[in-house]
Design a protein around this ligand. Structure first.
Ligand SMILES: C[S@@+](CC[C@H](N)C(=O)[O-])C[C@H]1O[C@@H](n2cnc3c(N)ncnc32)[C@H](O)[C@@H]1O
Length: 289
């Protein structure tokens, strides 16, 4: 058997393990993880892999088999900027539910491995806009999708970049508030996958439990209403352009109060009664009803 056929079998086993770890049963997403070659995006190995409690450890060789595990792979280890955990991203992608033919926007695309998974799900009839803030990574991202006309790569701040209305927007970095453009540009029925993190939500103190440092919310548009629900705790690289000290303070206070799982609505106004809100900030709220 040739090496590519061997790796295709390894990837099928990896995809099954990722889905099990994510608690997701979705054959389309499993097929996407089985199809996309992680090494094609990360470049040649050996690769730095996060081994819990031991920091980054370099793989023994450049054999791609080391990438097909539920592991974080360093992209810029000096900045703790990693290719995210497959099971975590699988769960977020499942929550966003990109369908064939849809327009997906991926903010914080890095070098594009998960962009490619999303692109696989929307297919050739759909399209992906991938936005990356770091210019060096944005160059690598553009090179990784050269010639693929259904993936458009933009360098810049995803909170300010121009993009067409989207059926699903995946933010892959920690914000303290939703950018207006993310809410404005959701289609009817569109979904926004939004990690909200406190300043302890990346290099956080271990004394604060993970679920009090950050959370991913799913926001779905229905007319002028936005339904919201908690998906998971998160610690993630900060989102430049979607963080400010005032909204961080409100977020930190909300996490200290608990009850994030009771959130059902996002409102684009800040004048709701306090007892209705998990988080009440100038111009927006996450509320219980
Ligand atoms: C946690 S990393 C994820 C990278 C990629 N999704 C992956 O898993 O390989 C977050 C990425 O978001 C990028 N980023 C941060 N703020 C951004 C913004 N405002 N717009 C676009 N990208 C941003 C960072 O440069 C970084 O590459």
């Amino acid at each position: 058997m040739d090496r590519e056929s061997e790796l295709a079998i390894v990837r099928r086993a990896y995809a099954k393990q990722v889905m099990a770890a994510a608690g997701v049963a979705d054959r389309r997403i499993e097929a996407a993880f089985a199809a996309v070659r992680r090494e094609a995006f990360l470049g040649p190995g050996p690769w730095p892999i996060v081994r819990w409690g031991r920091g980054y450890m370099t793989t023994p060789s450049g054999d791609p088999v080391y990438l097909y595990a539920d592991v974080l792979v360093g992209i810029i280890p000096e900045r703790d900027l990693n290719n995210g955990l497959p099971s975590f991203l699988a769960a977020l992608i499942a929550s966003g539910g990109p369908c064939a033919g849809e327009h997906a926007v991926h903010i914080g695309a890095g070098i594009g491995y998960y962009t490619a998974i999303i692109a696989h799900l929307v297919g050739r009839a759909g399209r992906v806009t991938a936005i990356e803030y770091d210019p060096v990574l944005a160059d690598r991202l553009a090179a990784n999708f050269a010639g693929q006309r259904h993936v458009r790569v933009l360098e810049g701040d995803g909170a300010r970049a121009e993009f067409a209305t989207a059926d699903v927007i995946f933010v892959n970095a920690g914000a303290t508030r939703p950018a207006d453009s993310w809410l404005d540009r959701l289609t009817e029925g569109g979904r926004l996958i939004l990690p909200l993190t406190t300043d302890k939500g990346f290099h956080g103190s271990e004394t604060i439990p993970l679920d009090r440092r950050g959370a991913v919310f799913r926001i779905a548009r229905s007319g002028d209403e936005f339904r919201a629900r908690w998906i998971s705790p998160v610690a993630i690289f900060p989102c430049e352009g979607a963080r400010d000290p005032a909204s961080e303070a409100v977020l930190a206070a909300a996490f200290a109060n608990g009850r994030w799982k009771e959130v059902t609505r996002l409102y684009r106004r800040g004048d709701l009664p306090e007892e209705q809100c998990w988080l009440r900030a100038p111009g927006w709220c996450l509320a219980y009803r």
